[in-house]
Every structure is written in structure tokens, then in C-alpha cells.
Design a protein around this ligand. Structure first.
Ligand SMILES: NC(=O)c1ccc[n+]([C@@H]2O[C@H](COP(=O)([O-])OP(=O)(O)OC[C@H]3O[C@@H](n4cnc5c(N)ncnc54)[C@H](O)[C@@H]3O)[C@@H](O)[C@H]2O)c1
Ligand SMILES: O=C(O)[C@H](O)COP(=O)(O)O
Length: 630
């Protein structure tokens, strides 16, 4: 197929570099000027007026140069600073500028005196840089510009492109007015709004395509690039009010992120997940098999919490979807709430507080006790149970615990082998077992009956673990002196009205599943889970995945990485290696991890290879997902 010649015309300021060069020059020349801030703001304002087409470009240039009061010697400082400010995606795609140097031009309303030096490092020679030039006085002070140059006038880029009379398609890549008008004027065939550094509404409105970075531009044009798939094309959906740091972290890495403050129903989720690659949830969103089977692109589910039973982990695995969670981040928050509630319950603080709120002064010691020397029973001695054990002991409680697993006692805690023994021994029982469905009604009528008269119970684990009806009866009969409940068998998807049978009962503390809802915990989760997501998307690492073979990969150096997820059935690995051998790939590393259902094989290959191997690998029987990373 004969391909039309394409000419790629780049703007300089805020496109090839992250900044407007004259703004940087102002910082340099005004360094000791007491009116520096004022003048810089004026320069920025004039620059923007020019970029948005609100004043003529000539006027903008004249006014800025006057304010700058720059000398020739300032330009070398400017050049060294600009070299540090090349746009990141331009920097990482140097190869494109090398391979296509014949087709690349810079047309800028800036100045050749600094542009030339920056772009020559990207293989763009001075003769392909169209820009203004300064006029200096006898003392090398910049006093103006060459007003004969078309680029010093309004709509100069249009005239410049007309004069160049390029053969073939002309694509203009830039961030401002002077760039998009070239398309309107018919001298450019396509205009790409370049938004890596600035996003201007008018520029975006007038674009054929928005390029948040050069990767996107190269991807759309099927040009060689340093990154296999532009990250802005990877869509992430974050539900349930996940802490905004997660959004910052993921968008900061280049992903496109949408946030929704509540959880979604099955049907809503199916609809919303169309085209989504990564889903982030907390404990409310049910990620069912039906949801997972309906997704085409989903690669990762991030549980921004501890529990993962709301996700069909097996169905995720069968669809090659990796699941991560945050097993530790909110544990301390739960422990602190548990300690606080134990004290509040034993002192009847909520009761006293409610009375006083309704105008009743009831100073009494009746039913109000210290926690010192009391027996605390912890059911589930995991990450939360263990920490609670240490803190409770530090406050003078005698700690007893029960766990189905062999857990080492911390401090002076005493392990109890039978749940019944624990129930009858302790003054306060606190539940911290995991969200395994087998734990449904783990504490019911019979268990509550075994507890001491006047004991207390705390549930911060999962709602279904404690039979609410039985608890209500035990509280009403006086068998239990109080309870603190944070989790419920049925919890709503969003904030609003809610009903529980426990409402209105004496000495019962009710909280709406906020055990892990502290700023510290949510911030930590918003750091931890995106870290895992990025490690998987960017390099294939599955360390700490909850449903997938864990693999820690070395850094990918000068290689393309094939990530192949397949059913773990006999012959798949042999077939993969047969294909790799047939295409005579130079393999620089291969890593495999399997579990009973899936295999995850990663192959690093030398960058030069027959790209048809990709199709062949996708066709290997048993393939679930395949992608290439570079
Ligand atoms: N309220 C909240 O906001 C909140 C916040 C975080 C965690 N949680 C919940 O707290 C619970 C504990 O979290 P974790 O991080 O400590 O979990 P974990 O997995 O570290 O510990 C759970 C422990 O319970 C034990 N266990 C499980 N079933 C048991 C049973 N039937 N009998 C006795 N022991 C049993 C396990 O062996 C394990 O040691 C989980 O259900 C979690 O979802 C709630
Ligand atoms: O599983 C968890 O970590 C807790 O239940 C907290 O869940 P949340 O993030 O929905 O508050």
C-alpha cells in the first residue's frame, strides 16, 4: 500500500517543552527586580492573551520583549533551563524524532536563538525550525524582533506553512490558537491538540484529535513509540468514594480515571465497565461472575479495603483479571475504634451522653466500670486481632483469643482452644474473623447464651458473622450489658436512610461501617493499591495479588515483554515455547508462575523480532489474555 507522505509540524512552547520560554526568560532577567512578581504576571497574562487570539500576536510580542529587558547572555541560561523542561513524552520518544527526522518541522512564534539548541538534540536541524529572531542593540540587549518574519505577525503560522508549500499531508501538533487556525485556514490537514502541559478549551474544541502526550499521537498515527499502549487509553473506574490521592496517583502516571462516589448495582456496573481496564472498589460493590463475564477489557480489580469476598475471585481468575487489596492499611484504625468502643461501653458513656442531650442529669457509677483487669476475648487473631491484643494488654486487660489457625500469642495473651471456653470466660467479646461466607451467624443465639451475664460484644468484622436478631434478644433480656456494631448483614450502596433492628436499644453503639474509615487509613490505601495496579499494568508484576500466581519481575531493559495468561492445562507452555522457537526470538528472560487453574508466563525478548509472533501467541489454545509491554 502506498502511504501518502506525512509532515509533522510541532509547536515549541508548552508542546515540545513543558513551559513558555519567554516566561522562563522573565524569571531569569527579573531575578533581582523588586517588581518581579508583578511583571511576570503581566507577561503571563500577555502571553495568554496572544495564545487565545485576544490581542494580536505582534502586540503580545512587543509588549513582552519590552518588559523582559533581556540580554544575549541570559539566553544561554535559558537554553540550559529549557533542556531540563522538555515534555516527558517527547523525551521518551527520541527514537521517533530520529527515524522520522525528514518529516519533522518546528514552527513556533518563539525564537530561533533558543529553540534551535533544544531541538537539535531531537535531530531537528536549524533549517527545519521556523521561528522569530531577536534584534539586539550594541550592548547585546534584546530590543525587538525581526518584523519582516511572517511569524512575528498575527496568523504567522498560516503564512509560514503556505510559504513552505509542503508535499503530502500536514499534521500540526500544538497547544494554542496559532496552531489550530492552520487547520481552519486549510494549510494543515489535521490538528492535534497537545495537552500534556496545558489544556486550553478553545484548542481542544478545534482539534481533530486530543493528544495528552506524544504516545497518543504516535499511537493514532501508527508510528514507532517507546510505550506499547498510551496510558491515557487505559481507563480506570474508581467507585465508593475512594480517597482522592488514588485519583492523583493514577492520573499522575498518565491513566484516564473516572470516580463515582457510591457503589453500583450489577446492571449499572455492567454498563459502566464498558471499555474500562481497571476497577477500584471498596467493600460494597459486588463484582459478580455476570459482571466479569460481560467485561471485555477489564484487567485488574483493586479492592481499596481488606475484604475481597464481594468479588468473585475465581471468575476473575478465569477471565485473567488480577485482584489486589490493601490487607494492612486500615487495621490500626479498626483497632483504635475497638478500644474506644470497649471503654465507652463499659462506662455507659453513650447512655449518659444521650440522657444529657435530652436534658437529663444522671450522675451515677452504676454499670460503669474500668477496663483494667477485665477479660477481653478476641475471636480471630489475624492482622487486626493481634494488634488489638497488644493495645488492650497495654491498657491492663487480660487478653484471651480464639482462632481456627495456629496463631502465636503476643505478649501475655492466652490462646483458648474452644470457642465455648472463650465465650464463658470473658467480659468483652470482640469479633475479628475474616469475611469467609462459612462464618455466617458464627455468633448466634447459642453462643450468646454461653456468654457471661452482663458481658459486652463488639463486631467490627462483617455483618453476617453475628446474628442480629439473637443479639437484639440478648440485649433486651439483659443477658448482655451492651454492644458496639459497625457492620450489618445488609448495608446500603450509598449514604442515606437506614434501618437496623438494633436502633434505639440502650447502651448500643451503632456506626455505619466506619472501622477503617479514617483519613490515615484511606490515604494509605490510596497509595498502596494504585502502587500494585501500576506495577501490574506497567510491568506485569503480580506481587500481593489475592487471586493470581504472584510473580516479581526484574526491570525490563531494552526488551519487549510478552505477558501470557493461560489456562493451566497440559501442553500450553510447550506450545508457547514452540511458537517462540519458530519465530526465532532472542529470549532474554522467561518467568513462569502457575496455580491449579492459571499459568502466567512472562517472556522478555530482544526488541527486534517478527511482529507476527504476537498473533501466533494469542492463538495458542488455552490463552486467556495476552499483552505486550515496552
Ligand atoms: N469495620 C471495618 O471497617 C473493617 C475494616 C477492616 C477490616 N474489617 C474486617 O475485619 C476482619 C478481620 O480483618 P483482618 O485483617 O484481621 O483479617 P485476617 O485475615 O488477618 O484475620 C482473620 C483471622 O480470623 C481467623 N478466622 C477466620 N475464621 C475463623 C473462625 N471461624 N473462627 C476463628 N477464627 C477464624 C483467621 O484464621 C485469621 O487469623 C475481616 O472480616 C475484615 O473484612 C472490617
Ligand atoms: O474490608 C475492609 O477493609 C473494611 O470492611 C472496610 O471497608 P470499606 O473500605 O468499605 O470501609
Amino acid at each position: 500500500m502506498i502511504q501518502t507522505k506525512r509532515n509533522f509540524v510541532f509547536d515549541f512552547d508548552s508542546t515540545l517543552t513543558r513551559v513558555e520560554a519567554l516566561d522562563v526568560l522573565a524569571e531569569i532577567t527579573l531575578v533581582n527586580n523588586p517588581k518581579k512578581e508583578e511583571i511576570i504576571n503581566e507577561i503571563i497574562e500577555i502571553t495568554n492573551l496572544g495564545i487565545d487570539g485576544k490581542i494580536s500576536f505582534t502586540e503580545s510580542l512587543e509588549r513582552r520583549i519590552k518588559l523582559l529587558n533581556a540580554k544575549r547572555s541570559d539566553l544561554s541560561i535559558l537554553i540550559s533551563q529549557l533542556k531540563e523542561k522538555v515534555s516527558p513524552s517527547i523525551e521518551r520518544n527520541k527514537e521517533f524524532f530520529e527515524k522520522f527526522s525528514e518529516d519533522i518541522y518546528v514552527i513556533s512564534c518563539g525564537f530561533k536563538e533558543f529553540i534551535d539548541d533544544i531541538v537539535k538534540e531531537y535531530n531537528i536541524p536549524s533549517e527545519r525550525v521556523y521561528a522569530n529572531t531577536f534584534v539586539f542593540d550594541e550592548n547585546d540587549v534584546i530590543i525587538g524582533f525581526d518584523s519582516e518574519n511572517v511569524l512575528s505577525a498575527h496568523n504567522g503560522k498560516i503564512q509560514c506553512l503556505k510559504d513552505m508549500n509542503l508535499n503530502g499531508e500536514v499534521q500540526v501538533i500544538g497547544d494554542g490558537y496559532s496552531d489550530y487556525v492552520t487547520k481552519e485556514a486549510g494549510v494543515a490537514d489535521k490538528f492535534f491538540a497537545y495537552t500534556e502541559n496545558v489544556e486550553r478549551e478553545k484548542t481542544i474544541e478545534n482539534a481533530d484529535h486530543i493528544a495528552p502526550n506524544l504516545d497518543e499521537f504516535l499511537f493514532v498515527n501508527k508510528l514507532p513509540r517507546n510505550i506499547s499502549y498510551p496510558k491515557n487509553r487505559i481507563k480506570i473506574l474508581l467507585l465508593e468514594n475512594i480517597h482522592p490521592d488514588a485519583f492523583q496517583k493514577l492520573t499522575g502516571d498518565g491513566f484516564t480515571v473516572e470516580t463515582v462516589s457510591k457503589s453500583l448495582s450489577e446492571d449499572e456496573l455492567i454498563e459502566k465497565l464498558k471499555g474500562v481496564h481497571v476497577l477500584g472498589i471498596r467493600s460494597k460493590t459486588q463484582v459478580t461472575k455476570k459482571v466479569l463475564d460481560s467485561t471485555k477489557k477489564l484487567m485488574v480489580v483493586g479492592a481499596f479495603c481488606i475484604g475481597t469476598k464481594q468479588i468473585d475471585l475465581e471468575a476473575c481468575k478465569e477471565n485473567g483479571i488480577v485482584v489486589f487489596n490493601a490487607p494492612y492499611s486500615n487495621t490500626r484504625s479498626v483497632v483504635e475504634l475497638a478500644i474506644g468502643e470497649i471503654i465507652m461501653l463499659m462506662r455507659s458513656v453513650f447512655q449518659r451522653s444521650m440522657e444529657l442531650h435530652s436534658g437529663e442529669w444522671n450522675k451515677t457509677a452504676h454499670g460503669s466500670r474500668e477496663i483494667r483487669g477485665k477479660k477481653l476475648g478476641i475471636v480471630g487473631y489475624g492482622n487486626i486481632g493481634k494488634q488489638l491484643s497488644v493495645l488492650a494488654e497495654a491498657l491492663g486487660m487480660d487478653v484471651y483469643y480464639y482462632d481456627v489457625e495456629d496463631r502465636l500469642a503476643l505478649g501475655n495473651a492466652t490462646r483458648i482452644d474452644q470457642l465455648e471456653d472463650l465465650l464463658s470466660r470473658v467480659d468483652v467479646l470482640t469479633l475479628h474473623i475474616d469475611d469467609n461466607p462459612a462464618n455466617k451467624n458464627f455468633i448466634g443465639k447459642e453462643e450468646l447464651e454461653l456468654m457471661k451475664e452482663g458481658a459486652y460484644i463488639v463486631n467490627l468484622s462483617r455483618g453476617f458473622v453475628l446474628d442480629i436478631e439473637a443479639l437484639r434478644d440478648a440485649l433486651l433480656s439483659g443477658k448482655l450489658a451492651g454492644a458496639a456494631v459497625d457492620v450489618y448483614p445488609k448495608e446500603p450502596r450509598a449514604n442515606g436512610e437506614y434501618y437496623t433492628e438494633l436502633q434505639g436499644l440502650n447502651n448500643v453503639i451503632l456506626t455505619p461501617h466506619v472501622g477503617g474509615s479514617t483519613e490515615e487509613a484511606q490515604r494509605d490505601i490510596a497509595d498502596f493499591v494504585p502502587g500494585k495496579i501500576m506495577a501490574y499494568i506497567n510491568s506485569g508484576n503480580t506481587v500481593d495479588a489475592v487471586n493470581f500466581p504472584n510473580i516479581r519481575l526484574p526491570r525490563q531493559v531494552q526488551a519487549h515483554r510478552f505477558l501470557h495468561i493461560h489456562k493451566n492445562v497440559p501442553g500450553v507452555m510447550a506450545e508457547i515455547n514452540k511458537v517462540l522457537a519458530e519465530f526465532e526470538l532472542n529470549i532474554t528472560g522467561q518467568y513462569l508462575s502457575t496455580d491449579s487453574k492459571v499459568g502466567y508466563v512472562i517472556t522478555d525478548v530482544n526488541k527486534e523480532y517478527n511482529k507476527k509472533v504476537i498473533k501466533a501467541l494469542k492463538k495458542v489454545e488455552g490463552t486467556i489474555k495476552f499483552r505486550v509491554l515496552y
